[in-house]
Design a protein around this ligand. Sequence first.
Ligand code: ACM
Length: 492
Amino acid sequence: MKYSISLFSLLLIISCATPVEELNTSVVIPEIANTSSGEDEISLAKEWVTVAPDISDRLLETLASQVTELGIEISKKEEGSGNLILNLDDTLDAESYRLGVSEEHIEITGGSEAGVFYAWQTLRQLLYNHLWSEETWRAVDLSDTAKYIYRGYMLDVSRHFFNVETIKSVIDQISLYKINHLHLHLSDDQGWRIEIKSWPELTTTGGATEVGGSEGGYLTQEDYKELQRYAQERFITIVPEIDIPGHTNAALASYAELNCDGKATELYTGIEVGFSTLCAEKEVTYTFLSDVFTELAELTEGPYLHIGGDESHVTSDEDYVKIVDFALEKVIALGKTPIGWDEIANANLDERGISQYWASSENTSLAASKKASVIISPAAHAYLDMQYDSLTPLGLHWAGYLPVKKSYDWNPETLVEELDPEQIIGIEAPLWSETLENLQDIEYMTFPRLPGLAEIAWSTKDRRSWEAYKQILERHIEWFEKKGINTYKSLE
Ligand code: ACM
């Protein structure tokens, strides 16, 4: 142990003395905590043999599936030695890892299987760099650890519906950047997208259409479980959102009794917000919320349920507090942690809940004063549906244009006054889908901004240089093109 610590310190000293431009590890996004790289060229074998008694076959299959595009094949031996060594070391944090590449072997040690998986994402990028950008394959030794426990991406499947296959593609793409939460915005005015067996009309009626009036769709509970399994294999936790008390027209169109006047609304296919509300004075509202959150909690393996709470412009303050308080307590009683958009600070939020900052630093300061944890998703820096500039054919710009530099060059710890950085559990990059109809549209708004947001969420390095990052990102853009990902290309 002593030997390995002193060797590690030596490597650190070497790494500090070597200009970062010379290291092939500098191409990795998010930036790695500690790294050193040898000078000499080594050769890359494409058949990897592993003996990994601590690693599940399921993980090995996932890892193997992520390098087939590079022509690398992995086989497993029961005993002896191999050129791919995968270890667990529970003295490391669960998501931390060490990665060493030498002429003889590749060795990965994770604090848990998640750490092994994140080492793999680093390795994949080194492989793209070698095989696709034709850089020398050199020995490296590095160790890495996550800054935030919550590194999120949100997909709005309500304004336009995206099916299981599309969502799986998104999961694959975001996993390369060590994102570990996928927030699914499952209900809104334009569509209810998750099957709730006790309220079947929510999907059969409320899921029938989408923005623009074309056919909608929804995830069955089996689809949701399948997505959860697929995401979990990539160490991504699904965070389901049912947005209440506003953004509820799809539910109000499905069940007349949820409306204060007892009349079902029309399905909505436009993109206005803030016109719908659940009815605080009706008992059935609370039965509905209770049934929906109970089914969702039973389905959901992760710890969080998102209750929305944003833009309830036609709900009185008193009604808002009554409905949101009910939802907060219900979710907690179901054994889950509630998350809501920053407006939920105006209800009786406390240290058991999480506020997601998107628009109001005032609301976020209020949440912080109530001891809630905070996820940082400022629309002006992190909303992936904001147009890059005035010529962007997709997206909106109500929070301003969001060029790639602006999505990278900001500090989550200084945006909100009176927020102790210790209260921040992470960053999320939301993608709203009013203008997005398919995977290619999703990709165009996500890439290349997501890698920078993932770096803010993962990297423990606080000094960031846009000029240096931009050169690295250009290389990732080349890789996206090789992968057939539809990428926006201007970094100016
Ligand atoms: C939001 O963008 N309405 C949370």
